[in-house]
Design a binder for this molecule. Sequence first.
Ligand code: 5GP
Length: 138
Amino acid sequence: MSYDSNNIFAKILRGEIPCIKLFEDAHTLAFMDIMPQTDGHALVIPKEPATTLFELSDEAAQACMATVRKIGNAQKKGLGAEGVVLMQLNGPAAGQTVPHFHIHVIPGSIADLRKPHATVMADQGHLKAFADKIIAAL
Ligand code: 5GP
């Protein structure tokens, strides 16, 4: 799949549109999902341009998983999440809506994900309050 450098996450990586950032290192960025499925729902993306897991380098995949672990641990510690669900969609046929590889890191249970995916825009102050708790636990 050819990479579209105008996708929304590429714009976030270039700083062209804002995000509520949780963590950044040389290879990855973690930020709040704008339409969370549970409170504290975060996204981890590689800086490498890749549409799906199948184009991503092994090195970038490894860097993403290290960041996922950091964020998940901070959700457990900072939000008291007993469970953390990972979701990762590859291709429109799977339901992927943003064509830059990403891993959803969702505090809670699979049973909380009954809300339809990516539909309700959260209030920025609400997102920021949960982000602050995650950041404090990093
Ligand atoms: P996908 O459906 O591709 O697995 O997930 C894309 C996710 O990106 C959705 O959960 C959606 O809420 C989130 N999203 C879409 N646009 C934006 C945006 O502009 N900013 C942020 N922070 N998240 C977004």
